[in-house]
Design a protein around this ligand. Structure first.
Ligand SMILES: [Zn+2]
Ligand SMILES: [Zn+2]
Length: 261
């Protein structure tokens, strides 16, 4: 997890031979820097996958795609929305030299990594989460979603690493500084997942299978890492899962140490 939160999201999923960047929401320069801090070379990346067109997921995309000359995978609708939003003053749309289209619900491969995109409820054109499979390991990433529909819960079964949104504490959001319209958006069915909603999933639906659970996309205004951790720990321990589950928190400001399986 290179960065996670409303100021930029970026993660790396790698097998022995393939390395994928999931979202490019921090600047190209910062992406290079954080990869280097983990001992990774940006030039060894095979592809960039984009979950949706919000700027905290695509901010560094054009720079990175150009500098690395690697394919960028998006759904058709996300690509359109992205291109429309980034038109310059002459109405000229940005270009990706190597654009690859995928469709939610249909798996595809990048090198030896099998990618399964799935639809998530969020206020973007065609937002997706991903599961990745390689070398007998399954990784699931689900952030930027207003709630956890049954279909999403199904996709997240059997994951060895589960990256889940734990965006806000409901009480902090309620009394916090956001205008009411923004609070409503965050809390809505197409907004962001609360600590409570995640805890409910961990307590009642999660299969207790993951070696690592990573809390992601924490709000800096409406959450506190210790509150998010406590809620998730409470939920996991009620399942007797605290000891086999390692709970990690992704950060906005620095890369998380690589998780190796
Ligand atoms: Zn986001
Ligand atoms: Zn978003």
């Amino acid at each position: 997890m290179l960065a996670s939160g409303s100021r930029g999201n970026c993660a790396v999923v790698a097998s022995a031979s393939t390395k994928i960047l999931v979202d490019a929401g921090i600047s190209g320069r910062e992406t290079f820097k954080r990869l280097k801090s983990m001992g990774e070379d940006a030039h060894s990346l095979s592809a960039i996958l984009v979950t949706h067109e919000h700027s905290d997921h695509i901010y560094g995309l054009v720079t990175l795609a150009k500098r690395l000359s690697i394919p960028v995978f998006m759904t058709g609708a996300t690509h359109q929305a992205w291109a429309r939003a980034l038109r310059d003053e002459h109405g000229e749309k940005p270009r990706l030299d190597k654009f690859e289209r995928f469709e939610a619900g249909y798996r595809f491969h990048v090198g030896d990594i099998e990618v399964k995109p799935f639809t998530i409820p969020h206020d973007a054109a065609d937002p997706v989460g991903f599961t990745f499979r390689a070398e007998g390991v399954k990784i699931g990433i689900a952030t930027d979603l207003g709630y956890l529909p049954v279909s999403v819960r199904d996709h997240l079964r059997g994951c060895d690493v589960l990256v889940m949104e734990s965006n806000h504490d409901l009480e902090m959001l309620r009394v916090g500084p956001y205008p009411w319209s923004v609070k409503q958006r965050v809390m809505s069915r197409v907004g962001h997942l609360s600590n409570d909603a995640l805890a409910d999933f961990l307590m009642n639906d999660y299969d207790n299978n993951a070696a690592f659970v990573v809390l992601a996309h924490l709000s800096e205004q409406n959450n506190h890492p210790e509150i998010a951790r406590r809620e998730a720990e409470k939920a996991l321990s009620s399942r007797g899962g605290l000891f086999q589950n390692r709970l990690l928190l992704a950060s906005q400001t620095e890369a998380l140490a690589p998780i190796q399986l």
